[in-house]
Design a binder for this molecule. Structure first.
Ligand code: HAM
Length: 483
C-alpha cells in the first residue's frame, strides 16, 4: 500500500516538476521573443511613424479627382473602340519578363523587383503589362475567342529606377493590347486610341514613329550598325561603349549629347527593311493620315524592349515643358513573336501603354499656366463656359436641410460643390471662390424658416431669393439643362 501511495506522490511531484518546467520554458520563449529586434522595437514604443516607400506615391485629394477623370476617359475611349477590360495579377513569374522583354533590357537587368516567395518561387512585381497580357492570352483561353482579342488595362507597374519627376518606382499605366490579327489598321487603331486618350484630357501630343522590321532584317542592320559604332567608339559615352556588344540598338536612342553627335551619320534601319515591311509601315502611316493623328518619322526610334517587330512608336507632349523632356507620355508597338515566345501558336499583336503620372504632370502644368493667365486678367478660364454651383449653409439646423436638398438635386442628376463641416459662411464662400463656381446657393436660419434659399451670382454679386420647392428648376435654369 505505502508503495502505491508513494507512487502517487511521486507521480504528483513529477507532474508538478513538469508544469514548472513548462512554465520556465514558456518564460524563456517570452524572453526569446523579447530579444527579437522587431518585437523589441514595438515594445519600446518606437514612435517613428512608418514612411512612404521611396519612389512610391499615395493618390490623395485634390489630385485624386484627376485620377478618376483619367480612369473615366480610358473607360469611355476603350468602350468606343470595343476593347474589353483586362486585369492580371501584380505578381508574375520573373522568367516571364526576362524571356520577353529581354535579359539585357534596362527593365529586366536593372529595374525589376525580383524576390523568392516562401515556396522558393522566383517572382517579380510586374514592370509592365504586355508580357502579362500575352501570358494571360494563353493561360486564360483567349486563344479560342474570336480574333482580334482587344484588351485594355489600368493599374500599377513597378520598376526600381532612380526616382525623379515623371519617373517612379510604382507608377500607373493605361494600356491596350490587340492580339490575333496582323493588319496595319490595328496598329493605327491602337495609336489613335492612345493619341485621343491624351487629347481628351486636354494635352496636345505628337506621335514619333518608326519600323524596326522583322528579326532577320534587324539582324542584318545590326551587323552594319556595330561596324559603324566600332568606327566611332572613341566618341561614344562609356554606357554606349558597353552597349556595342550587349545591345547596339540602344545606342541609337541614347540621350547623351556626345552619343547624339557621334550617331549623326549612323546607318538607318529603314534602309534594311524588305519591301514587305516597308509597305506595311507605309500602310500604317496612311491610316494615321486618314484619322489625322499627327506623327513624325524617327529613324533612330528602336524601343528598349526585345519583343517588338515592325511598328514602334512613342507619344510626346507638344508643350516644351521640362517635364515633357523626362520622356514619352506613352509608347508601344507591334509584337508578332511575343505569344510564340511564351509557347503559343504564332499570334500577332500590337499595343501601347501610357504613363499616367506623366500625363498628370502635363495636366497640372497646363492648369497652372491657365491659372496664371486667369490671374493676369486674360480671359482664359479652365472652366470656360462651364457653370458650377456651391451650396453654402449657416448654422446646424440648416446644415441638415442642406444635406436633404443636395440629395434632392443629386437624384435629379445635378451635383453641386459643398462643405458640410462646421465651416463659417465666410470660409464656405472662400471655398466657392476657389472652385471658381459661377453661383452659390445659401441656406441660412431665416431661409430655413421661410422655406426659401438664396442664389447668388458670384461674379455680379446679385442675390435672388427662391422658394426651396423650386430649387431643381432654378438650378437647372442656371446650368442650362432641361428640367
Ligand atoms: P514603356 O516605354 O516601358 O513601354 O512604358 C510606357 C510608358 O510608361 C512610358 O512612356 C512612361 O510614360 C511610363 N513609364 C515607364 N516607366 C516609368 C516610371 N519609372 N515612372 C513613371 N512612368 C513610367 C511599356 O511598358 C510597354 N508595355 C508598352 C507597350 C504596350 N508596348 C506594346 N504594348
Amino acid at each position: 500500500m505505502p508503495r502505491i501511495k508513494n507512487k502517487s506522490v511521486k507521480k504528483n511531484i513529477t507532474k508538478k516538476i513538469k508544469v514548472k518546467k513548462e512554465k520556465t520554458n514558456k518564460k524563456s520563449v517570452v524572453k526569446e521573443k523579447v530579444q527579437n529586434p522587431t518585437v523589441l522595437q514595438l515594445n519600446k514604443k518606437n514612435k517613428k511613424s512608418p514612411q512612404l516607400v521611396r519612389g512610391m506615391k499615395d493618390i490623395v485629394p485634390p489630385n485624386s479627382s484627376d485620377w478618376v477623370k483619367m480612369y473615366r476617359t480610358a473607360d469611355a475611349i476603350t468602350e468606343a473602340y470595343n476593347f474589353s477590360f483586362f486585369e492580371s495579377p501584380i505578381l508574375e513569374e520573373a522568367v516571364l519578363f526576362a524571356r520577353t522583354l529581354g535579359k539585357s533590357s534596362d527593365v529586366v537587368s536593372k529595374e525589376m523587383y525580383v524576390f523568392e516567395d516562401r515556396d522558393g518561387n522566383k517572382l517579380a512585381l510586374r514592370p509592365e503589362a504586355t508580357a502579362s497580357a500575352a501570358r494571360s492570352y494563353l493561360t486564360s483561353g483567349m486563344v479560342n475567342m474570336s480574333q482580334p482579342v482587344k484588351l485594355w488595362y489600368y493599374g500599377p507597374m513597378f520598376r526600381h529606377d532612380r526616382p525623379q519627376a515623371g519617373r517612379y518606382r510604382q507608377f500607373h499605366q493605361f494600356g491596350c493590347e490587340s492580339f490575333g490579327v496582323h493588319d496595319a489598321s490595328l496598329d493605327a487603331e491602337v495609336i489613335t486610341v492612345a493619341y485621343n486618350f491624351i487629347k481628351d484630357l486636354g494635352i496636345e501630343t505628337t506621335v514619333h514613329i518608326n519600323s524596326i522590321g522583322t528579326p532577320e532584317e534587324r539582324a542584318k542592320y545590326i551587323v552594319e550598325l556595330v561596324g559603324y559604332l566600332r568606327s566611332k567608339r572613341s566618341y561614344l559615352s562609356e554606357e554606349s561603349k558597353k552597349r556595342i556588344t550587349k545591345n547596339p540598338l540602344r545606342v541609337l536612342d541614347s540621350k547623351e549629347q556626345q552619343d547624339i553627335e557621334a550617331m549623326e551619320d549612323a546607318p538607318q534601319i529603314v534602309d534594311w527593311l524588305s519591301e514587305n515591311s516597308k509597305q506595311y509601315f507605309m500602310n500604317v502611316l496612311e491610316y494615321l493620315d486618314e484619322v489625322e493623328v499627327p506623327y513624325v518619322l524617327k529613324p533612330t526610334l528602336v524601343r528598349g524592349l526585345d519583343y517588338y517587330t515592325d511598328t514602334v512608336f512613342e507619344i510626346f507632349a507638344d508643350s516644351n515643358e521640362p517635364l515633357a523632356s523626362q520622356g514619352a507620355l506613352g509608347a508601344g508597338g507591334r509584337y508578332d513573336l511575343l505569344v510564340e515566345e511564351l509557347g503559343g501558336q504564332p499570334t500577332p499583336g500590337v499595343g501601347f501603354s501610357i504613363g499616367l503620372e506623366r500625363v498628370l504632370l502635363e495636366i497640372k502644368s497646363k492648369r497652372e499656366k491657365e491659372k496664371q493667365n486667369l490671374e493676369e486678367g486674360q480671359k482664359m478660364s479652365i472652366k470656360k463656359g462651364k457653370k458650377e454651383l456651391f451650396f453654402a449653409h449657416l448654422g446646424e439646423p440648416s446644415r441638415k436641410r442642406t444635406l436633404a436638398l443636395i440629395e434632392e438635386l443629386r437624384r435629379a442628376g445635378i451635383t453641386v460643390r459643398h462643405c458640410l463641416g462646421k465651416v463659417s459662411l465666410k470660409g464656405q464662400l472662400e471655398l466657392a471662390d476657389k472652385f471658381q463656381v459661377t453661383h452659390s446657393i445659401i441656406l441660412g436660419q431665416k431661409e430655413l424658416q421661410d422655406g426659401t434659399i438664396i442664389i447668388r451670382d458670384m461674379e455680379s454679386g446679385i442675390q435672388e431669393i427662391v422658394d426651396q420647392k423650386k430649387i431643381k428648376k432654378e438650378v437647372s435654369k442656371i446650368l442650362g439643362i432641361a428640367y
